[in-house]
Design a protein around this ligand. Structure first.
Ligand SMILES: CC(C)(COP(=O)(O)OP(=O)(O)OC[C@H]1O[C@@H](n2cnc3c(N)ncnc32)[C@H](O)[C@@H]1OP(=O)(O)O)[C@@H](O)C(=O)NCCC(=O)NCCS
Length: 424
């Protein structure tokens, strides 16, 4: 998370240096071996270049963390982890004497030659990145270092196919909020009691490639409380989309699960069946329709035990029977994504079964709620935030071209949607 830490008083021992020129000319040099241009900060006689962090920077990074933050600090081992991590971009801003030949000259590197850093986390399988932390030493502030770091991280993210940068910032961190707004971030949510010191956080997002149709406001997210209740959790979110007074509780989560579960699924408790979820939605007063690309049974392949397999098959056919009795439409067709677009456009809500393979390399069937779509992406609320911060699981952008791959489960490539509408 972007930490809440109080801003340290700007000492600016050298001078205020709020020079437009020095700001603009700071060299990005992220992956270059020499800075393309050295720009001298007027009275400090140094310039700044950006590059990827290495293990040699650990002491400097820790020094920045200690100096710039009073809470939620990253430890040395976390920095070490992020330097090596595939899913992270950690860059440092290095101060070099303006007359120095090479900024990579190790002899000239000391703890204080690194004046700032930025850490971006990449969410696998999505187009989302998260500015996890950024800090600039007080003596280097006001020179555009942070701006350069964020822009550089944005460029890196784009090169890696990512299109969104999100962050959290303490409500009282006015300087940082001004910085983010200047760089095109806008607020799309809020967290109360977010940081170690109990301050609240604004959630901000920047679209790295402009996409006007991204909704700033999305319906509430709910975190599943067991590892088998993604179905009812996604369903509650979808019902919330249709009725903002719908209350999402664990009690409801479990009771909806009992209506919708196949009892067994893979090795553990049963997950939810699309028709079961539609029945649960109808019992809550909504209209529901199911589309599946093949006939039931859908979930017997993953169940090894022959008795359990028979139970799942039995439950699936009971669901079909109950749906018939309740007039729920179950369409067996090889649906295309335009049905999602159409449902959202006409004020409906969509649940989709995905395989978590693209996210975590585990082939588990998983229910998500589709929050919105635009010409580039579908956006998902994923109720399972067990391996990260909630913010990484909310309104996740998934490129249209990746969506159908994600929305396909198992060797039989089961693709299914539950479409909800308010009852007329
Ligand atoms: C926030 C922080 C990273 C900014 O670093 P910086 O290098 O001084 O920022 P920049 O010089 O790139 O600022 C660029 C723009 O951001 C805004 N900005 C930055 N700091 C500001 C401040 N203290 N007050 C008002 N605006 C500020 C300005 O619009 C500035 O543009 P301008 O110079 O044209 O007016 C730095 O103050 C810091 O490390 N703070 C402590 C750690 C922290 O709070 N990190 C962010 C956690 S969310």
């Amino acid at each position: 998370m972007i930490t809440s830490a109080e801003r340290v008083t700007e000492v600016n021992s050298a001078s205020p240096l709020k020079s437009e020129n020095s700001v603009n000319d700071l060299t990005d040099g992220a992956s270059i071996t020499e800075p393309t241009k050295d720009v001298v900060a007027p009275s400090t006689q140094w310039s700044v270049v950006l590059r990827e962090a290495t293990l040699q920077d650990l002491a400097s990074l820790q020094h920045i963390e200690q100096t710039c933050f009073t809470t939620d600090r990253l430890s040395k081992s976390r920095f070490k982890f992020y330097i090596d991590a595939q899913h992270a971009e950690l860059i440092v801003a290095e101060r070099v004497p303006s007359n120095s030949g090479s900024y990579l000259d190790k002899n000239k590197q000391g703890v204080n030659s690194i004046v700032g850093y930025g850490l971006l986390l990449l969410r696998r399988g999505t187009q989302l990145t998260r500015l996890y932390s950024i800090a600039v030493l007080p003596e280097a502030r006001g020179l555009g270092v942070a701006e350069k770091i964020i822009n550089n991280l944005g460029e890196r993210a784009l090169l890696l196919g990512k299109r969104f940068m999100r962050l959290e910032v303490a409500v009282g961190n006015a300087g940082a909020i001004t910085l983010y707004k200047k760089l095109g971030f806008s607020q799309f949510g809020m967290y109360t009691d977010y940081y170690d010191d109990h301050t609240d956080a604004l959630r901000m997002q920047k679209v790295l490639v402009p996409s006007k149709s991204v909704k700033a406001e999305v319906y509430p997210w709910y975190q599943q409380t067991t590892d088998f209740t993604c179905g009812p959790s996604a369903l509650m979110m979808a019902m919330c989309a249709l009725n903002n007074r719908y209350e999402m509780t664990q009690e409801k989560e479990l009771s909806l699960w009992r209506t919708a579960t196949t009892i067994f699924m893979m090795s553990g408790h049963g997950g939810c069946h699309p028709v079961g979820l539609a029945l649960a939605a109808v019992s809550e007063g909504y209209a529901a329709k199911v589309i599946i690309n093949q006939d039931v049974p859908l979930f017997i392949d993953g169940v090894r035990d022959i008795i359990k397999k028979a139970i799942v098959e039995n439950v699936e056919s009971q669901f079909m029977e109950d749906a018939r009795k309740k007039g729920i439409s179950v369409e067996i067709s090889d649906w295309r994504t335009d049905v999602i677009d159409q449902t959202l456009k006409t004020g409906g809500a969509v649940l989709c079964l995905i395989s978590t393979y693209a996210f975590d390399k585990k082939k588990v069937p998983h229910w998500v709620a589709v929050t919105s779509c635009d010409p580039h992406c579908y956006y998902l609320h994923d109720p399972d935030a067990s391996e990260g911060q909630p913010v990484e699981y909310q309104h996740i952008p998934v490129a249209r071209e990746d969506f159908l791959r994600l929305a396909s489960y198992g060797t039989r490539k089961v693709r299914t949607l539950v479409l909800l509408k308010k009852k007329k």
